[in-house]
Structure formats: C-alpha cells, structure tokens
Design a protein around this ligand. Sequence first.
Ligand code: NAD
Ligand code: DAU
Length: 365
Amino acid sequence: MPRLLVTGGAGFIGANFVHHRLNHHPEDRVVVLDALTYAGNLASLQPVKGRPALRFVRGDIRDTALVEGLLREEGIDTIVHFAAESHVDRSIHGPDAFIDTNVQGTHSMLKAARQVWLEERAAPAHRFHHVSTDEVYGSLGPDDPAFHEGTAYAPNSPYSASKAASDHLVRAYHHTYGLSVTTSNCSNNYGPFHFPEKLIPLTIVNLLHGRPLPLYGDGRNVRDWLHVSDHCRGLDLILEKGRPGEVYNIGGGVESENVRLIETLCQVADGAFRERKSLASRFPDCPAAREERTASLIRFVRDRPGHDRRYAIDCGKIGRELGYRAQVSLEAGLRDTLDWYLANEWWWRAVMDGSYQRWIDTHYR
Ligand code: NAD
Ligand code: DAU
C-alpha cells in the first residue's frame, strides 16, 4: 500500500492530485503537508475531508525536522512535492519568498528524505517525485521545436530560476546520494480549485462581474494548456512506471495565443448564458446577461517584465515510455472549468475575500 506525503496538497494542482489519488487509489495513505499560504486553501480539500486515508498537517517544508518526523511516523515511501510559490507576477515583485520556498524548501525536503530513507534505511523502495515547470527551459521563437527533456535550461523569471535551482538539487541528490527521484516539467495547468490570480480563473471571475479582462502586451504570447486531470494522470504514470533519475515533460498538446484562449473562453461564457437563463440574474453585470459579447471586456495592458513569448511541450518521451496522452480538449476543458466555477461560487468567493484565510488562521495557528 503506497504511503504518500503530498506537499502543497492544499494548492491548485496538489488538491486535484489528492482527489485523484483518493478516488483512483483508495488503498493509499495520503498525508498532506501544506503551510496554507494565500494560495493554499483547506476548502479545496473539502470534498475529501473526513476520509480516514487522508491526514492534513499544517507546516512548512523548510522545517526539516517536521518532515523527517512525518516520514518516520507515517512510514512514508513516496513524496510528491508540489509545494512552491508559483505565480510569476509575484516573483517579479518579491523574489525572496521564491528562493526561500522553492530552493531552500526543496532542499529541506531532500535532506529529510536522505536522512530517513537512506541513512536510517527506513524505505529501501522509495520515490521522491518533484513537480516542476516548463518555464525552466525559457522562451521559444515561433518556429522553434517544442521543449524536450534535453532542452538546455534558460529560466527568465525569478520564479522559473528558483524552480530550475530546485530541479538541479533533485538531480544532484540522485546522482550523489542515490536518492530515487523523478522530475516532471509540465505546462500551464487549468481546472477546478485554481486560484483566481492566474489567467483562466482570473478571467472567469472578472467576466462574471463585467470587469475588464487584462491581457499583457499584445496578447499573442503562447502557452501549452494542460487540463489538471491530464496532469494528475501523467503523475500517476510516472509514480507507477517512471524510471528513477529520469525527467518527463507533460503537456496538453494545445498551443494557444492568450488572446485566442480568452476569446474562446468568452464564447463559452456567452453560450452558457444563452443556454441557462438563470445566469443572467446571478451575474447581471456580465455582458452576456444583456446578450452582448463577453469578449468586449478584453483590454490590452502593460506587458509583464521579461514576459516569455512561447512555451510548447514535446511529451513524446512520457507517451512512448509510459503511455501518456492528454485526453481533455481545450474547448471541453474550458467549458468544464467555467461550469465548475459557476457551481462552486462559494469556493472562489471565500478564497478571494479572505474569509477562508481568516478561518484558517483561527483554527490552524
Ligand atoms: P499553488 O500556488 O496553487 O499552490 C502551492 C501550495 O504550496 C499552496 O497550497 C501553498 O500553501 C503551499 N506552500 C507554499 N509554500 C509552502 C511552504 N513553505 N511549506 C508548505 N507548503 C507551502 O501552486 P500550483 O499551481 O498548484 O503548483 C504546484 C506545483 O506545480 C508548483 O511546484 C509549481 O511550480 C508547479 N507547476 C505549476 C503549474 C501551473 O500551471 N499551475 C505548471 C507547472 C508546474
Ligand atoms: O508554464 C507553467 C507555468 O504556468 C507554471 O510553472 C506557473 O506556476 C503558472 O503560474 C503558469 O505561469 P504563467 O505565467 O504562464 O501563468 P499565468 O496564468 O500567470 O499567465 C498565463 C499567460 O497569460 C502569460 O502569458 C501571462 C498572461 N497573463 C496573465 C495574467 C495573470 C495576462 O495576459 N493577463 C493576466 O492578467
């Protein structure tokens, strides 16, 4: 029976992964370690709250002694390491937290794993899986081939530089100490429980309120969009069949310019308002409530400094070796995501107005 420690399991991808594991692998023991920063929300674990297989611990990955204690006490044999500062714009305004969490924090996790799994020989068969990003590879020109696992690192933001540093530490702990590690570098995720500071959830919340939809620069930066459920499936395959010491790229296989993506999302919203008349009374400020085009809210604003132009992922390796293939098309994924935000207004209102954070601070000191 796998015994997992999931760091950052109250964040966007981590929470989706916890739901995925508990639904598809009910025999697992899942311990979530999360500091509950602004990006971590226990509300995201609400659907699986009370499941005996799940334990939540509020704590910091930089607390090596705490991590070592959890590895021993719970007999953990698998770490899935999501915890990070993840928003590029925040890294531009304040890089320190990114170095602290993403570099020092990952190193703390590696030290704890080395101590308990290798020095104390507590788990001869173990796996440290590190969740990283395609942003470590830098920016592509329009005709460049997609990022593959051998693409040279060229991170451009404090965020991607901190993730690159963490990737190198993970690699070094395998090479030097023999820790059994895998790393995945994936593209832009979207789906349920996505904090509304990132492009897709921000757009959804703004359009429902009739607020401007900001697009940086000319809006023609390209991202490769990956539905979070496909990402979770990819992670499962790596945990099950991935080779220690290897890196796997995970993508959605759908490149889109930001402006095209947001226009599509607006059309999806227009369609939803046409089909469901009740939406107009719930969200009267959305242009679609007046049968106007939601895309009229798009505004081009000042560009992000150092904004990477294009990301694209070649996921041939994980496809060939592990049988991965993205299953969710972009349009279906956007429709499902909008539906999820419409059905879970309580979640985004609570995380955005700070009421959930206040509740957490009173209950989890
Ligand atoms: P997120 O910001 O939504 O969640 C991060 C989680 O980590 C939060 O729950 C937060 O409370 C927790 N955390 C932060 N600092 C911590 C600390 N010191 N100790 C313990 N917990 C801490 O992030 P996400 O979007 O879910 O991303 C998860 C991982 O996936 C990150 O490592 C990120 O770099 C990587 N990634 C994300 C994307 C994406 O599109 N979101 C794409 C590629 C890779
Ligand atoms: O590629 C993987 C990365 O994807 C992850 O490693 C990061 O953790 C994750 O945050 C994401 O980074 P991006 O910077 O690509 O995501 P974001 O949603 O912030 O922006 C997506 C694109 O949209 C990017 O080109 C910037 C642009 N953008 C973003 C925001 C928030 C806008 O045009 N307007 C906006 O308001």
